[in-house]
Design a protein around this ligand. Structure first.
Ligand code: ZN
Length: 163
């Protein structure tokens, strides 16, 4: 299912993708965002039709890591960033994901970019949802998550208990 090429999404349809494609590796495409928020806004897209990061194989994940280590400094140099950038990955219907095929936004930032004023927009929007999520809520969530992650965190258990 996840290996299937879909014609109903623009990232599986090579025709559309090739319009702004500028680099590729064995498993990933790198293309310019067709509606960039700042200059240098590019997308890293797995060639396989996957929805999210957890569907990548270990080999693909390592390839992605290598790609990012090459791509990020290069893009920041090209767009004269001082080292500032955003990585955005939205997954699933309620995340703001638009095209239902995994895509990582790499957004180089610099002090002149016009998006700067909206940097905290995400938090402004999210603050509206804060009601009912005070300290008591946080404490209960932490308790729940510690329990859920208990078996994975055996080596750190003493750290948690002494905290
Ligand atoms: Zn696809």
């Amino acid at each position: 299912m996840t290996d299937k090429t879909r014609n109903d999404d623009p990232f599986c349809s090579r025709e559309i993708l090739s319009e702004t494609l500028f680099y590729g590796t064995k498993s990933f495409y790198v293309l310019y965002d067709i509606k960039p928020v700042v200059p240098g806004h590019v997308l890293i897209i797995p060639k396989r039709h996957v929805m999210g990061i957890t569907e990548l194989t270990n080999v693909e994940f390592m390839e992605l890591h290598g790609l990012l280590r090459m791509l990020i400094p290069k893009m920041l140099r090209l767009y004269k960033s001082d080292g500032s950038y955003n990585i955005v990955l939205q997954t699933g219907r309620y995340s703001g994901m638009s095209i239902r095929h995994m895509h990582i936004h790499l957004v180089p930032r610099n002090r002149r970019d016009r998006y700067q004023i909206r940097n905290n927009r995400l938090y402004v929007d999210l603050e509206r949802n804060r009601k009912g999520m005070g300290r008591k809520f946080v404490d209960s969530e932490v308790k729940r998550l510690r329990k859920a992650f208990e078996s994975l965190a055996q080596s750190h258990k003493s750290d948690l208990n002494s905290a």
